[in-house]
Design a protein around this ligand. Structure first.
Ligand code: FES
Length: 151
């Protein structure tokens, strides 16, 4: 598939936009400082905090292990919005705190409606969930602060 260019100039902190690449939904989430901070709290709750398992799409080497984003734009998460269990698309549950079907100490992230896998705000799957791996991070680069090319 051809690379996809995305303009994120109107994306505000805490907002996500979806594009399509190789027939798959790709999420671009601009994380707030609080959202970034939450990644430290989920570090020991996720199954593979540094994305070290074998992946169908290895996380690009230029991505930071904890934030799963490029270091020069660490607030921006680019990830494929497909659950690694049976391919459903998780929904965003950004609000932290107790919510139905989510852990009491929920820090914000994503919930897969099909079999209950939960992911943090870096797309890392929580422990003991059916999804075998974190959400994929596709190859991507910034053409400018507001333009991303995926693929
Ligand atoms: Fe997501 Fe099963 S497809 S938990």
């Amino acid at each position: 598939g051809a690379p996809v260019e995305v303009d994120i100039s109107t994306l505000k902190p805490g907002e996500m936009t979806t594009t399509e690449w190789r027939g798959k939904p790709v999420w671009i989430l601009k994380r707030t400082p609080e959202m970034m901070e939450s990644l430290k709290k989920t570090e020991d709750k996720v199954a593979d905090p540094k994305s070290e398992k074998p992946y169908t799409m290895d996380m690009p080497a230029y991505c930071d292990k904890q934030t799963r984003s490029r270091k020069e734009h660490s607030d921006i998460l680019v990830t494929v919005g497909i659950c690694s269990h049976l391919g459903c698309s998780p929904s965003s549950k950004f609000a932290a705190g107790a919510q139905p079907s989510l852990p009491d100490d929920w820090q914000g992230g994503f919930l897969c409606p099909c079999h209950g896998s939960t992911f943090d705000l870096a797309g890392r799957v929580y422990k003991n969930k059916p999804a075998p791996q974190n959400l994929d991070v596709p190859p991507h680069m910034f053409l400018s602060d507001t333009k991303i090319i995926i693929g």
